[in-house]
Design a protein around this ligand. Structure first.
Ligand code: DQA
Length: 163
């Protein structure tokens, strides 16, 4: 018998591109001019553009969000869960060392994440050695400058490709 073409709605559905979200904490909007000895001279816009280009090249949706406000970051994590974001890359900046609330948002939404720091936090003041995120993270990249974000993205892209 001749095979009938499946014309049902389900057959026409193209799977949605996986979504990634990059979260940047306080003062990272100042990258480029902020303490370049620690953070380099690449701007946040340049970092986000490089990430967006790489993701787009492999058909992954990537959005970036920066805030100087703890609550705004927490609400963005909650929204990410609603949007079905698959993975996060997060540089919580100073909230790394202070924010149980942002930690709880990540724990509560269960979105796997990579923690990124531009500077090597372990080679700096002792208050930067403590992170409220590292034990929940899939992995941590610290001290590799803006390249750390791209390395985190490569890792997540390889995970997505293997799923
Ligand atoms: C940082 C390190 C933090 O200790 C600091 O508060 C930041 C940036 C980094 O990327 O190296 O704002 O997360």
């Amino acid at each position: 018998m001749k095979k009938q073409k499946d014309t049902s709605a389900a057959a026409d559905q193209v799977p949605e591109a996986p979504r990634l979200l990059v979260l940047h904490g306080p003062n990272l909007n100042l990258l480029g001019t902020r303490e370049p000895g620690h953070y380099g001279s690449t701007t946040l816009a340049e970092i986000n553009l490089a990430l967006a280009h790489r993701a787009e090249a492999v058909g992954v949706q990537l959005e970036a969000f920066q805030s100087n406000h703890e609550g705004a970051l927490i609400e963005r994590v909650h929204a990410a869960q609603q949007q079905g974001v698959r993975y996060l890359i997060i540089n919580p900046a100073a909230y790394t060392h202070t924010s149980i609330a942002l930690r709880d948002a990540l724990a509560g939404t269960n979105i796997p994440f990579v923690e990124v720091h531009l500077s090597n936090v372990h080679a700096r003041e002792s208050f930067r050695h403590q992170s409220y995120f590292s034990d929940l993270a899939v992995g941590v990249i610290t001290g590799l400058g803006s390249e750390g974000y791209l390395l985190a993205l490569e890792y997540l892209l390889s995970r997505i490709a293997a799923e």
